[in-house]
Design a protein around this ligand. Structure first.
Ligand code: ATP
Ligand code: MG
Length: 237
């Protein structure tokens, strides 16, 4: 097993008066894909927002051996964690080129890095000068992931990337993300599409009502339909 990259210990997050996360625990290893599963409202998005410091948590989050609770989102991002929210965070009036240039913040994006990103997602090269608002759903998702990768990242947090996508586009996304992990970027994936999660992830955490209810290997939950139904409900196939 490779080195531990992220460890979340007894995470509690309050939003206003609501105690949303009530004890989330999991860890993931370098170079892998970990899936965060759970029914609607289980706390998956809040867990990603807590890691990024967007929903300030209590508890402990260690990333690459450093405690990151209390750091600003900008500092967490500089340590090497990228975030692709479910809402994607794209400006529809900007072209693909402009979106990636803006994501590079202070300096022009590294040419070799842009070449690498567009080799992962060839559609972005094809629509380089199209406004992001005109892209298809799958292309928008690819652009949002590309945007998170413009600056080098050790880990990206991706929230429900397959939502609303056709099966052929989902297959394309699986191929691109597999390639990404082979080039040493780890992925923490929130998914409702179990087939997608099972094709990519090795480690899995299941949340229910803001708490970790199960953590283990994806193979164990993929093989055991009764366990899967018990943890995730009947809608999961
Ligand atoms: N800003 C907020 N104010 C009040 N409650 C919130 C807020 N954000 C989230 N919640 C509640 O926190 C719980 C967890 O929400 P979260 O979005 O993390 O769930 P999720 O697992 O991502 O769900 P989904 O699968 O529907 O995306 C839900 O009950 C939700 O209603
Ligand atoms: Mg969510």
């Amino acid at each position: 097993m490779t080195q531990e990259l992220l460890r979340v210990d007894d995470l509690h997050t309050f939003i206003g008066d609501y105690h949303i996360l009530q004890g989330v625990n999991f860890d993931m290893h370098e170079g892998g894909v970990a899936a965060l599963l759970g029914r609607n409202g289980a706390g998956k998005t809040t867990t990603l927002r807590s890691i990024m410091g967007l929903a300030p948590p209590r508890g402990r989050i260690r990333f690459d051996g450093r405690d990151i609770v209390g750091l600003s989102t900008a500092a967490i991002s500089r340590l090497g964690i990228g975030y692709v929210p479910e809402t994607l965070g794209l400006f529809s009036g900007l072209t693909v080129a402009e979106t990636l240039r803006l994501a590079a913040r202070s300096r022009a994006p590294d040419r070799a890095r842009i070449d690498w990103i567009t080799s992962l997602f060839p559609a972005l090269r094809k629509f380089w000068h199209s406004r992001s608002g005109n892209l298809s759903g799958g292309q928008k998702q690819m652009l949002a992931i590309a945007k998170a990768l413009v600056e080098p990242k050790r880990l990206i947090l991706v929230d429900e990337p397959t939502k609303g996508l056709a099966p052929s586009v989902v297959a394309e996304l699986i191929a691109a993300l597999k390639q990404l992990t082979q080039q040493s970027t780890s992925i923490l994936l929130v998914e409702q599409n179990f087939h997608f999660a099972a094709s990519l992830a090795t480690e899995t955490t299941v949340l229910e009502s803001g708490q970790t209810t199960w953590q283990g290997m994806m193979g164990d939950i993929a093989r055991d339909e009764a366990l899967r139904r018990q943890l995730l409900g009947v809608s999961v196939v």
